[in-house]
Design a binder for this molecule. Sequence first.
Ligand SMILES: [Zn+2]
Length: 204
Amino acid sequence: MSLHHPYDDTLARYAAGRLGAGPSLVIATHLAGCAECRARVGLFEAAGGALLEEAPAAAVRPDLFAAALRRIEEIAPPAPPPRHASPLDALALPPWRRIGSGLQWRRLRLDYAPDANVIMLKVAPGGKMPHHTHRGTEYTQILQGAFHDEFGRYVAGDCIEADDEVEHQPLIDSDVDCICLAAFDGRLRLQGFFGRLLQPLLGI
Ligand SMILES: [Zn+2]
């Protein structure tokens, strides 16, 4: 059972086809394992995004968004959406590349969106993710293991959205490798030793 889910406005943008290819892949992976968010997306799809199309998502005040959501719930009781297979099942995943002690990564190529920045990271227990900040939003789905940072603890099934206010260095605290799927809709700035190694490899 996930404790951390994508924000409602992200699910609404996903439902309306307005999320980039990379972030959409992360959200679809979350949906494959999260009935609660599948129901939310089903609700947005049932409403056809009509209410949300009236104003750009970025300009919607939270109280207006909540009011719109209540209206959608009134007019469109959620139907149970079909179970989705994980989109990762359909992708040919490249081999892992080791870039340091306890840290491996691979970049996913999406045929339909060659420029999308989507990576998987595998970090050994006790290891740290590269220290980084973002320009734009980073979407991360935890596929295996767990980590924590100064904001909380996150386990397999959780989805985390971090915007450019966040600067963090997650620490792996599971007894198995932590594997994450991450996409960025802006530029990622990596810092520290692994960051300097990873940045040129990613070409971002
Ligand atoms: Zn969810």
